[in-house]
Design a protein around this ligand. Sequence first.
Ligand code: SAM
Length: 431
Amino acid sequence: MDEHEIDDKKNTVPFTARIIAYYRAMETKCENPLIVDPYAERLTGDMTAYFEEHKRTRGTGDYAVVRTYYIDNHLLAPWCNKHEKFQIVLLGAGLDARAYHLESLQRNEHTLFEIDFDIVNSYKASILQDDQPLCDLVRISADLSNPAWISQLEKEGFAHDIPTFWLLEGLVYYIDQEMVISVLKAAAKSCGEGSQIFADVCVPGLTLAQFGPFMMHFRWGLNKEDVPQFFAHSGWNVTCAFADDYDQGCDVGQRGLMFVTGLRDLSRLGVPLSLAESVDDESMKIPESEIQSFSKEFIKKTIPEIEGILDIYQNNSDVGMTTYLEFIKKEKPSLKRIVKSFNNIYSIGQISSRLLRDPSTVVLHTREEEEAHIVGYLKAILYLGYCGAKGLAGEQFSITSLYKLGVKTQTINKMQSLVDLVREDLQMATS
Ligand SMILES: C[S@@+](CC[C@H](N)C(=O)[O-])C[C@H]1O[C@@H](n2cnc3c(N)ncnc32)[C@H](O)[C@@H]1O
């Protein structure tokens, strides 16, 4: 192995940078690409062995591509035009090659700082050693979970009195929430008037998924309505929208990730936080086992066919992806309707990303990931069953949200009608 290699098994979080670069490389080769990154193919490196083993991951790049498109065209281009002298700081820069190819960076006077783990930076430097950036580029190796990063940045020439664009693209959910607050506060306190931020944030439900190269490492999430408060507490005045709202015709496939943009605002720095996650009354929590057994009972009564599939997977370790795909394919019309009807009641990122994807594009996978995927999907159905049956309505689809929910009878009615739809479709499929 090359001394600078980022290995998918040993360096799992840094490796996500190679997968994102792969998505950019694939998009660059498309007929009408949304983004073009001429460096991405070299930076991603040889992914053949990885994708042989993890086939499903190959097809899920739209989210990352749309995110980059949005940042480049709607944020960075106007930003670079507007400011004569400025800085850009890429936190968790990964294999981002904007410094080498983004035209907007040729305007005006600025420095671009890239911060990531040393393993990522050494790998990147080894590949780009003969290339010339379009602007002043400073690469800093640091762990952002350690507050020392800000003094490293200052030592490397970061200026306090000019506007700074802070880019946290695909980063915050990999770092503990308290440390993210510390990073955001340090950023806000250190930069000049007019500084701007972009970050993407996941809903709490996505942290339950626990599968795949990205979500496996998601540590925390925010309910959409909590996002402005969270960022205000950390020194930023932001707005936030689901990524789907920017999907550019691609199917980003979920309402589980949000784009957050805004300006530095120290006026509310440190305002108390009262997020869903900070509920610490253990006695109010519904044990997961109760959710599982209750919703299994509910599903058994209302959608026996789903109960059947649960049993198949629980009791037969030989059943694989093919059965699962057949099942989804058969029920796709109803499941799609369920997802649509529940939008804006539950942010069901965790389910919709699975259900809305065309099963025929899902390729057979390793046994381990196949199981994780199926279990995640079934778990999502169980929670949905639980919420519906108990008449619970919530903004987010996660266990933490269950105990702050009020009873809404219309939800159970809605659930029941959706269940009826599934039954109808199942009957049609089997008759
Ligand atoms: C999904 S990649 C995104 C990379 C890049 N922003 C992009 O969009 O191409 C996440 C990046 O965050 C970096 N990262 C995660 N946790 C970090 C930490 N504690 N300190 C520094 N970098 C971190 C990883 O090494 C990885 O390069």
